[in-house]
Design a protein around this ligand. Structure first.
Ligand code: FAD
Length: 303
C-alpha cells in the first residue's frame, strides 16, 4: 500500500525536525512526514552537550562563525548569512525556549536540559500536524515520474519532495551517489589520543594548559590537556584531532606530538613557579617520570 505526502523527511534527528517544522510554519497546507528508523526520535539531541544540548555558539558574525569549522568554511558562509546564531536564539524564543550563553561562548537552554529542546520540537510537530513514523528504516528510494518512491519493508511511501536528514549513514550516502551526488569520504574527528608512554603512565587525571604540535606538520593547538588512562584528551587534543582529521588519517594515526607543558609561561617565570611549588610542597613525593621535570619545555611522544 502507498502512503502519500507532499514532503517526506527521512531521519528524525535535530535536522529532520527543524526542517519539518520550518516548512509547515511557512506553508501550513503541506502534508509532511518524518520517517525514523529507530523506536525513538531525537535520541542524539537527548545526549548532546552532556545532556544539556549545546544549541549554538555565541558568535553572531557569519564570517567569524565559519572560522570555528575545520572544514567547510567556504560552504557554510552562504547558509550562515541566511541563518546565524542570533536567528537560532530568536527561533527558540519564538517557540518558548530561552537560551543562555556561557563564558566560553557555548549556548544552552536556560533549563540546562536537552529535554527542553526535545519537548519544543515534539510540541511544534504535533501543533503543526506533522506525521512522525518510527520503526521505518528506508531501504531504497526511486524517482518515479514526478514522485519519489520510498521503500520500507512492508510499506511504500510517495512524495513530491524528499529530504534526507539521516546524519552519518553510509548506506544513504551510497544511495545518493547513484543519483549523481559527489560524496566526500568522511574521516573520524574529535577523538582522543591513544599513547603508550611510560612518562604518563602514573599521571592519569593530571591536566595543564598546554600547546601541542604534531611533528612534521603545521598542526598546533592550545588549550587544556588531560592525561587519561589510555593517553591524552581534553580540548587541546580534541581541537588537534578536528583540525588535523585528514592529515592524521593519512598518517594512519601513527605520529609524534610535542607538548609544551609551560605553554606561554616564560622560562624564568616557570623556574620561579617550580621553586615556589617545591617550597610549598617540600615533603610531597613527585614522580620522577613527571613530564613537568623535563628541562627543555618540549616533551615528545609517539601517538
Ligand atoms: C555525545 C555527543 C554529543 C553531542 N553534542 C552536541 C551538542 O551539544 N551540540 C551540537 O550541535 N551537536 C552535538 N553533537 C553532534 C550532534 O550529533 C549533531 O549536531 C546532531 O545530532 C545532528 O543531527 P542530525 O539530525 O543531522 O543527525 P542525527 O541526530 O544522527 O539524526 C539522524 C536520524 O536519521 C535516522 N536514520 C538514519 N538512517 C535512516 C534510514 N535509512 N531510515 C530512517 N531513518 C534513518 C537515525 O536513526 C537518526 O535518528 C553531539 C554528538 C554526540 C555523539
Amino acid at each position: 500500500m502507498n502512503q502519500n505526502f507532499d514532503i517526506i523527511i527521512v531521519g528524525g534527528g535535530a535536522a529532520g525536525f527543524f526542517t519539518a517544522i520550518n516548512i509547515v510554519e511557512k506553508n501550513p497546507k503541506l502534508k509532511v512526514a518524518i520517517l525514523e528508523r529507530g523506536k525513538e526520535v531525537l535520541s542524539k539531541v537527548r545526549i548532546s552537550g552532556g545532556g544539556r544540548c549545546n544549541v549554538a555558539h555565541a558568535c553572531f558574525e557569519p564570517n567569524d562563525l565559519v572560522k570555528f569549522y575545520p572544514r567547510g568554511e567556504k560552504e557554510l558562509r552562504g547558509p550562515f548569512h541566511q541563518f546565524c546564531s542570533g536567528d537560532t536564539i530568536e527561533w527558540f524564543r519564538n517557540h518558548g525556549v530561552e537560551l543562555k550563553a556561557e563564558e566560553d561562548g557555548r549556548i544552552f537552554p536556560v533549563s540546562n536540559s536537552s529535554q527542553t529542546i526535545i519537548d519544543c520540537f515534539l510540541e511544534a510537530t504535533q501543533r503543526l500536524g506533522i506525521t512522525i513514523l518510527t520503526g521505518q528504516s528506508v531501504q531504497s528510494i526511486f524517482k518515479k515520474d514526478n514522485f519519489w518512491k520510498i521503500e520500507i519493508q512492508n510499506e511504500n511511501y510517495l512524495a513530491e519532495k524528499l529530504i534526507l536528514a539521516t546524519g552519518s549513514n553510509p548506506k544513504i550516502w551510497e544511495m545518493l551517489q547513484t543519483f549523481g551526488h559527489a560524496i566526500v569520504n568522511p574521516v573520524p574527528s574529535l577523538f582522543t589520543f591513544n599513547i603508550k608512554d611510560a612518562r604518563i603512565k602514573e599521571l592519569p587525571g593530571v591536566s595543564a594548559h598546554v600547546s601541542v604540535k604534531v611533528k612534521d606538520t603545521k598542526l598546533t593547538a592550545t588549550g587544556p590537556l588531560l592525561i587519561t588512562h589510555w593517553g591524552m584528551s581534553g580540548p587541546a587534543i580534541l581541537k588537534l584531532s578536528a583540525w588535523g582529521a585528514r592529515i592524521l588519517f593519512e598518517k594512519n594515526y601513527q605520529f609524534t606530538i610535542f607538548v609544551n607543558w609551560l605553554n606561554d609561561v616564560e622560562t624564568e617565570d616557570a623556574k620561579k613557579i617550580l621553586k615556589d611549588l617545591k617550597l610549598e610542597h617540600a615533603k610531597k613525593a613527585v614522580s620522577k617520570k613527571s613530564p613537568f621535570d623535563f628541562p627543555n619545555r618540549l616533551w615528545e611522544s609517539l601517538v
